[in-house]
Design a protein around this ligand. Structure first.
Ligand code: ZN
Length: 157
């Protein structure tokens, strides 16, 4: 039974990835503003990154929520307010301000806390340095202080 469920989930994942790929191939350039297109592709890239990372933040490796913080509140002993910090956001590995593009390679899914913190003070740390910092701080009980799982991200680079 579990296998069947997994297979179905896998099939769904594959179908949706193919769907996304096909939509890129098929759709002619739309007459939308550049800003709208960028926002849309950031959202698509973020959703794909979220799936690849099994719903975990690229930096702190904690689970995130996509539609509602209840996704986490119902699974872990945290409040809605705490869960706000773990909202899934699209994060540029190479910051936008440094020429980083909205491409699947440059977008990962990161929790709101990590995303905000990385870009708060001037020039952002490299994504690797920031990941190391996030995990170190979190292991000391600092950072956002929410260690809900051992958090293994599906994406390792
Ligand atoms: Zn995070």
């Amino acid at each position: 039974m579990a296998l069947v469920t997994e297979r179905t989930a896998f099939h769904r994942l594959v179908t949706s990835i193919i769907g996304i790929a096909m939509s890129f191939i098929k759709s002619p350039p739309k007459e939308k503003s550049v800003k709208t297109q960028k926002r849309k592709s950031l959202k698509t890239s973020r959703s794909r990154a979220y799936q690849v990372q099994h719903g975990h933040c690229y930096y702190c490796h904690q689970p995130m929520w996509k539609e509602s913080e209840q996704e986490l509140v119902s699974r872990f002993p945290i409040t809605s307010k705490q869960a706000q910090l773990l909202k899934c956001t699209g994060e540029h590995l190479v910051p936008h301000s440094e020429g980083g593009e909205v491409s699947q390679e440059n977008i990962v899914a990161a929790c709101l806390f990590c995303n905000r913190t990385r870009h708060k003070a001037g020039k952002a740390l490299t994504s690797d340095a920031f990941k190391t910092r996030a995990q170190y701080r979190l292991s000391k009980g600092a950072w956002h202080g929410l260690r809900l799982t051992d958090g293994v991200s599906g994406r390792t680079h």
